[in-house]
Design a protein around this ligand. Structure first.
Ligand code: BG6
Length: 502
């Protein structure tokens, strides 16, 4: 097991939603599982005036995202709070005094993680002030910084942010969060591919027909209309989470499981994504917005009626892209990704469609005879393989059947939350599951022509789709091949036949 040294986790933006909903519960789970170092503290920082006790009450004792029934078992005592105006140098001095006091009290070294869970506009200011006040100096202990998404708004702003951060921190100190990488099922993509001998020989253009990746959500923009309207599905989900999945599914085997080798291979893959021309954007990218509709008897508002959203908004809540990877392994294999809000169900999965046999000797095929491998990221996490078997009885009738594995059979406990794993990795100095600066830029490079074409070409359509449906119909036409359509997944991994619970 890796060593976790004594340290303090300093969360900027501590009065925000992410801290209560994800970060503190993740730290609590680490505490419960005895994964925190003995000498450890969390210091919440934000503009709001609060005492340590008020903070403890807000994010621990009265936090609805922490277990109610259990005693928090001393957990809240490791939480502290320091009010701070991000632009005020004197406040950083007060933070230093606070940190030093806690270090003395708990015998903690000057190892700090600064978690920037703030609006991106503050990343630069905070990092600058940390450097100016020497709080980020590594003279007497290591310092790491975690940057929440979104990392940039486009290629230019992502480059700019990288440059700024590099003025204050070494690349090895910067941990860019993409919470999809913290999901067990996402990490398992690497294990499925590289720990088994049966898949990898087939994992190329000779045997794979096409690959789909879907990340669907049934919720709308909820209370985040203001943020979302300046983002959209392409920036919010595809540039980061879905392209990370593409990298893991398509990259070459790394030399070893180390941050450098894995991230080198992913970056190489991002650089091989075939750039989309303006015509490709017109023909191979479909965008849409959900329209008001009735779901299970309830009227749900359309995107443009959501709070914080411009009535004439041209922000997409759905995006589907067909693209290629220009390298030896994947030449000519279409990749399809789609993501949307207010779709029928919440599901993320990767679907590998293998090519049919070269010569079919059975003529009575029940089903389409395609071999399909589905890596289900969430929910009902697992893996499903579809293949043909003989129907018992006369002749040689072939029927598609399912062979499935469910994570629930492997472990009786729930899969750990992504933030738990990511926080622990950062505490241990392991950047494998974080996005590296050059990879983030390479991913933006792929997305850039789409953003540009949407901005400049008014003839590119924004399709409406009724909330609760699978998005704009033209997205179906993206998929090449006779009778080929997207897989329309159900909540349950294996129920993709007639009965589909959403
Ligand atoms: C976030 C997006 O990064 O991911 C949200 O900003 C989205 O809009 C969320 O809802 C989805 O995450 P998950 O883990 O629920 O698939």
């Amino acid at each position: 097991m890796k060593k976790t040294e004594s340290q303090i986790l300093v969360i900027f933006g501590a009065s925000g939603d992410l801290t209560a909903r994800k970060l503190i519960p993740a730290v609590y789970q680490l505490h419960k599982n005895n994964l925190l170092p003995k000498n450890f503290a969390v210091v919440g920082v934000s503009r709001t005036k609060m005492t340590d006790d008020e903070f403890r009450d807000k994010v621990a004792i009265s936090n609805e995202h922490l277990p109610r029934e259990e005693k928090l078992d001393g957990f809240h005592e490791m939480l502290y709070y320091q009010p701070l105006n991000t632009k005020d140098a004197a406040d950083y001095e007060n933070l230093r005094t606070k940190l030093e006091g806690i270090q003395k009290e708990k015998d903690i070294s000057s190892n700090y993680i600064f978690y920037l869970s703030t609006p991106p506009s503050l990343f630069d200011t905070i990092s600058h002030c940390l450097k100016e006040t020497k709080l980020s100096s590594q003279d007497n202990g290591w310092k790491r910084v975690i940057i929440e998404k979104p990392f940039g708004y486009d290629l230019e702003t992502a480059k700019e942010l990288n440059q700024r951060l590099h003025q204050y921190f070494e690349e090895s100190q910067i941990y860019r969060i993409d919470h999809y990488l913290g999901k067990e099922t996402v990490q398992n993509v690497l294990v499925t591919r590289f720990a088994n001998s049966i898949f990898e020989p087939l994992w190329n253009r000779n045997y794979i027909d096409h690959i789909e990746i879907t990340s669907a959500e049934s919720v709308g923009v909820e209370k985040r209309g203001g943020y979302y309207d300046s983002s959209g599905a392409l920036r919010d989900m595809i540039q980061n989470h879905l392209l990370q999945l593409v990298a893991l599914i398509a990259m070459e085997p790394p030399t070893s499981v180390s941050a450098k080798y894995i991230r080198d291979e992913k970056t190489k893959l991002f650089r091989s994504l075939k750039p989309l021309s303006p015509d490709d954007v017109k023909n191979n990218v479909i965008r849409g917005q959900y329209l008001t509709s009735k779901i299970k008897g309830d009227v749900v508002p359309g995107y443009r009626e959501e709070e914080g959203v411009d009535k004439n908004s041209m922000t997409e809540t759905y995006c589907a892209i067909k693209f290629y990877i220009d390298n030896w392994r994947w030449q000519g294999v279409p990749f399809y990704v789609r993501s949307g809000k207010r779709l029928p169900t919440r599901v993320t999965e990767i679907v590998i469609h293998f090519k049919p046999v070269h010569y079919q000797i059975f003529d009575q095929n029940q089903g389409n005879g395609d071999n399909v491998l589905i890596l289900r990221i969430q929910p009902n996490e697992g893996i499903l393989l579809k293949f043909g078997v003989k129907v018992p009885g006369e002749g040689f009738k072939v029927k598609d059947v399912n062979m499935d594995f469910h994570y629930s059979e492997l472990t009786s406990t729930d899969l750990p939350e992504a933030y738990e794993r990511l926080l622990l990795d950062c505490m241990q100095g392991d950047g494998t599951l974080f996005a590296r600066g050059d990879a983030v830029e390479a991913a933006w490079e792929f997305v850039e022509p789409i953003l540009k074409a949407w901005k400049e070409d008014p003839t590119i359509k924004m399709y409406g789709y009724p909330a609760g449906t699978w998005g704009p119909e033209p997205a179906d036409d993206l998929i090449e091949g006779e009778n080929e359509i997207w897989r329309y997944p159900c909540k349950n991994l294996t129920n993709d036949g007639n009965f589909c619970e959403l």
